[in-house]
Design a protein around this ligand. Sequence first.
Ligand code: ADP
Ligand code: ZN
Length: 793
Amino acid sequence: MFLEIAIPINNPNTFTYKVEEKLHPQIGQRVLIDFNYRLQTGIIIGFPEKIDFEPEKVKEIKEIIDEKPIINDELFQLAKWLAKYYFCPIGLVLKAMLPAGVNVNTIQKISLKVENSSMPQYQKITNVLKKLDSPVPIATLQKQKIPSLFKTLLKMEKKNIIEIERSYKRKIEKKVVNCLTLTEKKATTDLTFKQRELYEFLKSEEKTIPVSEIAKKFSYSIINKLREKGLVNLVKKEVYPDIFESINKFFPPQFELTGEQDNIVSEIKKAISYKKFQTFLLHGVTSSGKTEVYIRVIKEVLTKGKTAIMLIPEISLTPQTVERFYAHFGDDIAVIHSKLSDRERLYSWNEINRSKKKIVIGPRSAIFAPLKNIGLIIVDEEHENTYKQTDRNPLYNGRDMAVLRGKLNNAVVILGSATPSLESYYNASQNKYQLLEMKERVQNQILPELTIVDMRQEKDHTEILSQLLKDKIEDRLIKKEQIILFQNRRGYASYIQCVKCGKVFQCKNCNISLTYHSYNNRMICHYCGYNQALPKKCPECGGYIFNFGSPGTEKIEKNLEFLFPTARIARMDTDTTRGKQVYQKVFDKVRNGYIDILLGTQMIIKGLDFPNVTLVGIISADVNLNLPDFRAAERNFQHITQVAGRTGRSEKKGEVIVQTYNPKHYSIQFAQKQDFIGFTELELGLRKKLHYPPYTKLVRLLFILNDENKLKKTVFAIRKKLKLFEKSASWRIIILGPVAAPLSKIRKQYRYHIVIKAKDRNAVCKFIDRFQQNVKIPSYIKMQIDMDPVSLQ
Ligand code: ADP
Ligand code: ZN
């Protein structure tokens, strides 16, 4: 019988193979195949009855890897839909759905069957094989640089000159450790004191303990003595990772819901009882108790025997959030985050797949968790652009996939935020989503007051902190209250410029200025990691005075240490939180009052709930505005509102100082008034006028090549072709570009893009369809189709 196989490569086609019927292949099983002369894994996605070419030409698969499908039917439906929507090969979608740990390493070993092959083209290979012990791993042959090795090997196999053994090995094997257990034998009196101690210790322990643990207290010679006497046995035991090992465990606080919370919980419970698909947009101001709402409705679906997924942005996957959910749901939850190892991730995935977990919490990829019987999907901070995958195919948005998966499961979906995205707000206004609102903070906390500081009016323009912010910090330090300072830029200075000739130091691989980091006195590219020491002299003109660009968190930290020498300061950005538990440690310190000033990048915007923080300072509310992006204002409004929300979370009043050179900008003005509706209406008006989402569908075609001239030529030729069917199109599209992307060169690769604004999804499909049929992209160019891009950088 024939199989349709998806392979995880960037090729829109699927491939036909055959298999013996008695092996009972099923959709969603992985198979081992010969593809392009190599051993590959693929996934069965269909059973074609008819094929377009001669059956004899169809290759047989080598093996079925999985006993049961690794992708269940529900996820398979989701994958098909996703592949279609994002114009992404289904093989890549399926790969993205599975944890890397399930992958297998393919192994091929070669043995020579006929020693004296007379054919010269095989001589090189036979010679190598003769010299070595068979079977020879293919990697050994690869080192010999034999031209078209794989192709030749297959030919030799066909001619019976060699034999190829094909197998695979799991990438991640079970982790097994040696443990000690007591035998039946009774201890005699001839034990030494230490031996007796170990014996009694083992007797008192209920669990089998790894030898490595025991060895911390007892020497190996004592352990061995007990073994010689036949009192203990060495046994092998599989160990599982403990993902919750390092978090604080406590009983969850119980409180009565506020009126608003109560209404909303009832409304959602009602929807859950209908067992029908429905999407809510929960717009609740910061600290209105949204998380508490999530907890209550998750409890509700669990009592109905169903399961739940909750997506949260990676940056709010803080220990604080995890602890809160652990307190309520204990081991029923699986938490997935980027700091898990492949082994831990695979373990969680298996536990979810075996229905051992009822709740999955994680960033965007958690939407692919193999959870069954889903009743509820929550997307917290739904406006976050980290829900969109931007670095590799599929370029999906986890939030939108949450709505889709909810639909496939007849589940309730909640999109929650204090600053909903314009897309979601628009969908609610069109009655696609039902809007739920929480306008009050819990426990009569009042929203903080925002003060805008016009940095143009400051006396000293070299100062990072305005006089007002300095005074306020001083005041809080005296009162022993805590302060959060936000700057969306890490490093010391955004660029280094020679004051004599004006040279700005650029990355040699990217069209980006290098960021100066003082801790190692180097200039670093934040895109590719290229770095070089800060030169003593300008290589162009020999000048030795440099201008340091806008300050990053590193410089601000130094400045704070200078201004407030007794304050205890903690900095949080990707440079300081590389370790696994750094987050946890800093948060614990802040919570326990060991930190006065917490300074950080967007890492500290979300989810933090520290009652003693009464002052928030936004060092520069202009960082977002300077980006060439139609969402710049929206993002700026969101950031200010969210950071502001970190204060005033107790009976103490909170205050926010916003420093800016654009005090009249509407995103800042509306943020000051905390007027989400006002901002949204104005911004929606602008989007409508300029044909931007949510009023149009956006697609970006990004073309990448290391040769700029060649790239430019091809891209302009493509544009010419597009012109032909742009005119004949009855469907409305606007084609912008081609033009160099704002990030015009990354890692030595040049980037050009064409942006398409289309009336609706239908118009997009027609356009892409025609595009794929009529325009041939040379294989040396890398092209990305980005549907609903969140950034046009
Ligand atoms: P949000 O997610 O909207 O920012 P949270 O759910 O984190 O708000 O709630 C903010 C704080 O208020 C948390 O410390 C939470 O424990 C507390 N809280 C939530 N609901 C209530 C309530 N009904 N009564 C008292 N405190 C509450
Ligand atoms: Zn670079």
